[in-house]
Structure formats: structure tokens, C-alpha cells
Design a protein around this ligand. Structure first.
Ligand SMILES: *Cc1c(COP(=O)(O)O)cnc(C)c1O
Length: 376
């Protein structure tokens, strides 16, 4: 089976982890701080708070921005459910926004429309207090257009940059252009710490609040332990951080290999009926996943296509989730098909193909051959 993803772990990574294991200092040692410094350099942020996963990072971001019950947070309709779940965890309400058909990211015009519509409605309690923008599969959203809208309204932006560490677009760095940028180091992302996440920001007070929530409510700079909040334990271990530091050494190379593999798919699939990821000007995505679209007339064959590809030894899957149509959100807020037409369409047609740094040309040729054999 050609796997969908494969983490890039070598002997250097193993040695880095072993060193921490033998040191006896498994948590709250130096490695987490060192990892935070490396990531903040890449993102161009003054602060980085390493945590147990990206969901924890997003949750801390909302807590640090003081999101309260009845507040409204704009969230793209098409993402991993964690993007919306963290809003619910704060007792606030996610208001979904439709996406762009080519990048799958939140549409700036749909955001403007939603902010307008909901703010003017007397039926919806609460006010917009934040926007969470996702950079899907490592492709940055149009942050210039989105920030133009949010800055005018003075609404903070959290970037769910889970898949997009190191991505650039129009001179903006992923996770470094909103108020807080969150990243994941889950094994399906381009580099991994097993489980792991980090929240980056430029505001010292916001960073201190996230550190406090991360560590049982203990304020980071108090000289004697002072518990100022009823916090969580969202800490990253030194074992994870050591793996992360080691992975970051290879990150430019990993990104390069992924870029080449994506380019290779682009050539191999150019003459199929699939819609390929867009090539945009002044854009450097992280190729976390290679997601193509089935032709419109095949939209009802997505599940079968995935099944048949697996039978042929190719592990493909859907892109990501149409959050308003997942059980919890659909039931709680009565969403139906048609509320988010672009997400409806993309959710039915997206197909994620195997992509990892060590994928070979032969494997990619085989994937293309299988797609052609299915008549695509
Ligand atoms: C992977 C992912 C997450 C969750 O990250 P974890 O580290 O597994 O918590 C959140 N949002 C997006 C867009 C993701 O791709």
C-alpha cells in the first residue's frame, strides 16, 4: 500500500529523543524553550508557546483573547472539526463562513458578508469577537483581504496554521500575520513531535496568559508559584520538543521534497479530468496534502473512488470535513445542505492523494496510473 502520509523519522531524531530519555529530565527542561525559539524564528513572532497539540493551542488562543459564553467566532465551514470545537469549549458560538473554491480557505467576501449579516440580526445573541482563519493543507488563505476586513472592525484573527508552518503568501508569513498563529506537529503534518502544537504571537501579555493556562494556572514570571487562573495541563514534554528540534533541522529539505512531489503530481495529472491545486502568484504553500477535485459529474463517486484506489494499493482519502454538516453542529444549529454551497461541493469532490517527503517517482506514477484506470 502506498500510504497517504509517512512521518520522516531518521537516526538523528531517534538519537535526540534517546538523549532526553537518558537525561532523566523528561518535562519542563530546556528542550521546550529551545523548540519555541526555533519556531518563533520561522514564524517571525516574538513569542511561541509549545503545547500538547494544536487543538490545545487554539483553545489557549481563545482563552487568551478572553472569549466568553455567547460570544461569536467566525470559522471556515471546511476544516478539521477542532477549529470549531475549541469555540464550543469556551461556551461561545462558531459562525461558519463559506470557503474559496480553489484554495479551500475562508472566503474574504463571504466573511465580510457574514459579519454584516449577523451583526445586523436581532435574532443572534452576542457579538463577533474573533475570526479563526485556516490555511488548508498548507495553502495560506488570502490574509491581505481578510485582515483588511478585520482590522477595520478591530476583530482579532487567530490563524489555524496547523498544516502550514513556513508557508508564505503575498509577503505574509503563515501564523505570523494574525494576533495568534497555531501549528500542529501531529504525524500527518509535514514535521512531527508525535502529538504536539504551538501558539505564536507578538503580544507579551497574551503569551503570558497562554503560558498560565498551559501550566495549571501558574503565572510564568512569578518568582514564587502563584496560581492566577484555573488552568489546564497542556504542556509539551521535552521528549516531544527534542524530536521537534531535530525535525526542524531537516525542515527546509522536507519542504523542498514535498514541493518537488507536488510538482511531479502536477505534471502526471495534467491531462486527467481532475482539478489540481491552484498555482497562485507570490505564494509558497507547505504541501502538507495534495488534494485534487473530482469532476462535477463524478461527485457522487468520491467514496467509491477512495475504496477502489485502496483496493489498488493507494491510500487516498477525503480532503477534510464540512463542519456544519457533521453530527454535532448539524443537530445543534440545524444546518442543511445549501447553507454553505462551496463547502458542500468541495466536501463531495475533494480527494487527498499520498504525499510525503520520501514518496518516489515510481509510486507517484502508479497513483496517476490508478486514477487513469478509474476513467479520471
Ligand atoms: C491537524 C489539524 C488540527 C488539529 O491538530 P492537533 O495537533 O491534532 O490537535 C486543527 N486544525 C487543522 C486545520 C488541522 O489540519
Amino acid at each position: 500500500m502506498i500510504p497517504l502520509a509517512k512521518p520522516s523519522i531518521d537516526n538523528t531524531d531517534i538519537a535526540a529523543v534517546t538523549e532526553v530519555l537518558l537525561s532523566g529530565q523528561l518535562v519542563q527542561g530546556r528542550k521546550v524553550e529551545e523548540f519555541e525559539r526555533h519556531v518563533s524564528d520561522i514564524v517571525g513572532a516574538s513569542n511561541a508557546v509549545a503545547v500538547s497539540n494544536c487543538t490545545a493551542a487554539l483553545h489557549l488562543a481563545l482563552l487568551a483573547l478572553n472569549i466568553k459564553p455567547d460570544d461569536l467566532v467566525a470559522v471556515p465551514a471546511y476544516s478539521w472539526p477542532a477549529t470549531a470545537n475549541v469555540v464550543e469549549l469556551c461556551g461561545a458560538t462558531p459562525i461558519f463562513v463559506d470557503i474559496e473554491p480553489d484554495t479551500f480557505a475562508m472566503s474574504a467576501s463571504a466573511l465580510a458578508h457574514t459579519l454584516d449579516r449577523v451583526s445586523g440580526s436581532t435574532r443572534t445573541r452576542g457579538t463577533f469577537v474573533a475570526v479563526i482563519v485556516v490555511h488548508p493543507f498548507g495553502q495560506m488563505a488570502d490574509m491581505r483581504a481578510i485582515l483588511k476586513i478585520t482590522e477595520k472592525l478591530k476583530i482579532p484573527v487567530i490563524e489555524d496554521a496547523a498544516c502550514a508552518l513556513g508557508a508564505l503568501r503575498n509577503g505574509l508569513r503563515s501564523g505570523g500575520c494574525g494576533q495568534i498563529g497555531c501549528f500542529s506537529f501531529h504525524p500527518r503534518k509535514a514535521i512531527t513531535t508525535g502529538e504536539g502544537g504551538i501558539a505564536c504571537c507578538n503580544d507579551q501579555a497574551v503569551s503570558d496568559t497562554m503560558r498560565t493556562w498551559r501550566n495549571h494556572g501558574q503565572h510564568p514570571s512569578a518568582s514564587t508559584p502563584t496560581f492566577t487562573l484555573p488552568g489546564y495541563n497542556y504542556r509539551m514534554t521535552d521528549v516531544q520538543a527534542a524530536l521537534g528540534i531535530s525535525q526542524l533541522q531537516k525542515y527546509p529539505h522536507i519542504l523542498d521534497m514535498r514541493r518537488k512531489a507536488a510538482g511531479q503530481y502536477h505534471t502526471l495529472l495534467a491531462r486527467t479530468s481532475l482539478t489540481l491545486p491552484p498555482t497562485l502568484a507570490d505564494n509558497q504553500p507547505v504541501h502538507q496534502s495534495y488534494v485534487v477535485l473530482l469532476p462535477q459529474k463524478y461527485s457522487n463517486t468520491q467514496r467509491e473512488t477512495i475504496f477502489r484506489l485502496r483496493e489498488l494499493g493507494v491510500e487516498a482519502t477525503i480532503g477534510t470535513w464540512h463542519i456544519p454538516m457533521t453530527e454535532y453542529y448539524k443537530t445543534r444549529y440545524n444546518y442543511t445542505v445549501g447553507n454553505y454551497p462551496i463547502a458542500d461541493d468541495i466536501f463531495q469532490r475533494a480527494l487527498s492523494l499520498p504525499l510525503f517527503d520520501a514518496i518516489t517517482e515510481t509510486e507517484q506514477e502508479y497513483v496517476a496510473e490508478c486514477l487513469r484506470s478509474l476513467g479520471l
